[in-house]
Design a protein around this ligand. Sequence first.
Ligand code: UDP
Length: 251
Amino acid sequence: MKLDNESIKSVKILGVKINKVDNKEAFDVFVELLKSDATSTIYTPNPEMVMMAQEDKELNDALFNGNLVVPDGIGLIFASNIYKLGLVERVTGFDLMENMLEYSNRRKLKVFLLGGKPKVAERAQKNINKTYKNLNIVGTHDGYFSEEEGYKVLDLINEKKPDILFVALGASKQEKWIEKNRKILDTSIAMGVGGCLDVWAGDVKRAPEVFIKMNLEWFYRFLKQPTRLIRLFAIPRFLFRVITNKEMMES
Ligand code: UDP
């Protein structure tokens, strides 16, 4: 099966493309994308990122060009339900990354971890290798580099030729970086993973299962990092926009 961007169904939420995939389908698309010669991109927007994309055309374009764009936020499912767009479940970047790591471990794929504060990616590597013992993590690099240093980072990645490059530079920066460099990058898949390396490094805890099941992961994150409060305001703003901008919702 050849996958182009038209063959995976998508919806638009406030004008931002999101693929209509559940967790299983997202994983199946990832496996298909691995077969392509060109670099494919995977993004995991939540309502906050959709709000950012309202004022940031470069981000919106990156998401539009993404080969797999999964709904990583319960707010997106709410919005879809209001207009019956057909998104069925939340697909978190963390879960998808975990499935990709498990698959890479089995299939002996090469993985590169880019992003986070110095040493975060190395600590994430150690912990990932505790779970996935045979996983070949071919390189790591922190996410704080100048534009000039960025060329060296690209060289480092391309020397290692990973099958999968996980990029944790924070929402919007990582998507724009991937989109800008996708033609230069020698990797099958480049995926924006936000705070996932911090979780793997053990610096940030993922919410307990009960919070995840009740769709309250965002609330748990707020309890742990109250400085995120300002970011939480994006959610009511998002819902208000959704309710008042029917024309920006497409199934
Ligand atoms: N980060 C980075 N370089 C930057 C900005 C952020 O490597 O220039 C990293 C940061 O250290 C963290 C990750 O990006 O590990 C995600 O940041 P944040 O918690 O803001 O995630 P978001 O939810 O915005 O994706």
